[in-house]
Design a binder for this molecule. Structure first.
Ligand code: FAD
Ligand code: NAD
Length: 466
């Protein structure tokens, strides 16, 4: 067996692991990254990027169908068709560009990448079987960083296989089904459910909780629920799934009153959450303290074993790529001797539904539950010129601030294109901005950003355009 020693050994080349590797190598730390499948991890290969690529395709296709149906914009086209094989090929091209870019960045920084599946021997030793079938390696390290990510949660009565698929298969369809049933109306269920509907598939969504996107407050999700109705997506909330029918061509569901019915389906997407990837690579040999099914970490991403670190989805919620990246960068800097701690003012979250939702910091309800005396205000996109020029008038921006000193505690928005407001929202929280800071900043006209300024003005009782 070949042996090698390094300062930092990273398991997993997703956004957490690859960012940690690049930053560590930049800081002169001898770094080895082991990736069992493909650099970029879930996010680049079967998550954030492919889903957003398909959302773009679905939006464009929907737009052309809108033009074909006598659009008021004066544009007309013949009825469009979708070539799904070509769509998937284009999406794969975007993914390939980004993953090969990550490989180049790692090389440029000086991090060594081994392609193969790693198995932990102890807290300082890992064995890896190279993917190319070469001799196994035993690698010794001073620091071990665990970044193995997460896997889709399966339902016992609707196990993955055949026509029951996870988001991974849903992102690379060989053909489009006629009828898709989506189980789970969270991030994945709604983002991909809307994609399939816009591509012409009949879609029904089943959600166990009483409403869609239960993690967000109802005011925020209302415009999304209205859009689903307009798109013709059936939503079955407060329903549990019982399994497939005997013929395997329908999903049996039961509502809160105990009534059962069947939803015809030639494909079923199960999107009921993800769980940390803790099995199959020897994690148990370390006996780390766990936090439920995630590896427990402190505010510096240290685990319960000295010099063993963990980041990203493996450490639980929120399972977001930008959190994993920020943690990875911090761990590299800590190993290089810098003083760092993971205490963000907020981690923004964006749901790429139609319309999009963005949440940064505290909602009014969360702030009140924390015992804070707050003011909050919202500004509707119906009063924003830019929105109207984009044929969109639904949604709003909302701000939450302390009543005494007007310190901003949170922003939420729902509407077309609001994902891009996440940067301004997060910056204002991270910089400790007050309502006056935003209200008295000149925002370019006409932009969606003006709605942000107007929201702050409204919270101060000084709104101009509403
Ligand atoms: P991962 O990206 O899961 O990477 C872990 C890597 O470790 C994998 O490449 C795996 O092959 C490798 N690995 C595991 N075990 C071993 C081993 N023993 N040896 C070698 N390699 C190993 N987040 C967002 O912020 N925005 C989005 O828009 C978004 N959209 C998403 C859409 C979908 C459909 C899905 C499924 C997820 C989405 N996410 C999104 C979540 C995001 O993908 C994850 O939060 C992020 O990828 C986590 O990064 P990570 O580095 O912790 O793990
Ligand atoms: P999720 O937690 O967002 O949603 C799962 C939904 O399934 C919930 O609404 C839940 O109530 C419901 N559910 C659970 N069990 C059910 C059952 N038996 N029957 C019916 N409904 C059931 O999970 P997800 O959509 O699978 O996404 C997983 C993770 O991936 C997310 O938590 C997020 O961290 C990440 N992600 C992020 C983005 C983004 O940032 N835009 C996009 C996709 C995924």
């Amino acid at each position: 067996m070949l042996t090698e020693s390094t300062t930092l050994l990273i398991l997993g080349g997703g956004p957490g692991g690859y960012v940690a590797a690049i930053r560590a190598a930049q800081l002169g730390i001898a770094t080895v990254l082991i990736e069992g499948e493909s650099l970029g991890g879930t996010c680049l290969n079967v998550g954030c990027i492919p889903s957003k690529a398909l959302i773009h395709v679905a939006d464009e296709f929907d737009k052309t169908r809108h033009f074909a149906a006598n659009s008021p914009l004066g544009i007309s086209v013949q009825s469009p068709v979708i070539d799904i094989a070509k769509t998937v090929q284009w999406k794969d091209g975007v993914v390939a560009k980004l993953t090969s870019g990550v490989a180049l960045l790692l090389k440029k920084a000086g991090a060594r990448v081994i392609k193969g599946f790693a198995r932990i021997v102890d807290g300082k030793t890992v064995e890896v079987k190279p993917a190319d079938g070469g001799d196994p390696w035993r690698i010794h390290c001073e620091h071990l960083l665990l970044a193995t990510g997460s896997v889709a949660t399966a339902l016992p009565n609707l196990p993955f296989g055949g026509n029951v698929i996870s988001s991974t298969e849903a992102l690379s369809p060989a053909t489009l089904p006629k009828r898709l049933v989506v189980v789970g109306a969270g991030y994945i269920g709604l983002e991909l459910g809307i994609v399939y509907r816009k591509l012409g598939v009949e879609v029904a969504i089943v959600e166990a909780q009483p409403r869609l996107l239960p993690a967000y407050d109802e005011e925020l999700t209302k415009p999304v629920a209205a859009s689903l109705r307009q798109l013709g997506i059936e939503a079955h909330t407060g329903c549990t799934v019982r399994g497939l029918n005997a013929a395997g061509n329908a999903v049996r569901i039961r509502n809160l009153a105990g009534e059962e019915r069947e939803l015809p389906a030639d494909r079923v997407l199960v999107a009921v959450g993800r769980k940390p990837r803790t099995e199959g690579w020897g994690l148990e040999t370390l006996g780390l303290t766990m936090n439920g099914n995630a590896v427990q970490i402190d505010s510096q991403c240290r685990t319960s074993m000295r010099n063993v670190w963990a980041i990203g989805d493996l450490t639980g919620e929120p399972m977001l790529a930008h959190r994993a990246m920020a943690q990875g960068e911090m761990v590299a800097e800590l190993i290089a001797g810098k003083r760092r701690e993971f205490v963000p003012a907020a981690i923004p979250a964006v749901c790429y539904t139609d319309p999009e939702i963005v949440v940064v910091g505290l909602s009014p309800h969360e702030a009140e539950a924390a015992g804070l005396d707050i003011i909050h205000a919202h500004f509707p996109f119906a009063a924003n010129g830019r929105s109207l020029t984009l044929e969109s008038s639904s949604g709003f921006v909302r701000v939450v601030a302390r009543r005494d000193n007007h310190l901003i505690l949170g922003w939420q928005a729902v509407g077309r294109g609001v994902a891009e407001l996440a940067a301004a929202f997060a910056q204002s929280l991270e910089m400790g901005a007050c309502l006056e800071d935003v209200a008295h900043t000149i925002h370019a006209h006409p932009t969606l950003g003006e709605a942000v300024q107007e929201t702050a003005l409204r919270a101060l009782g000084q709104a101009i355009h509403v």
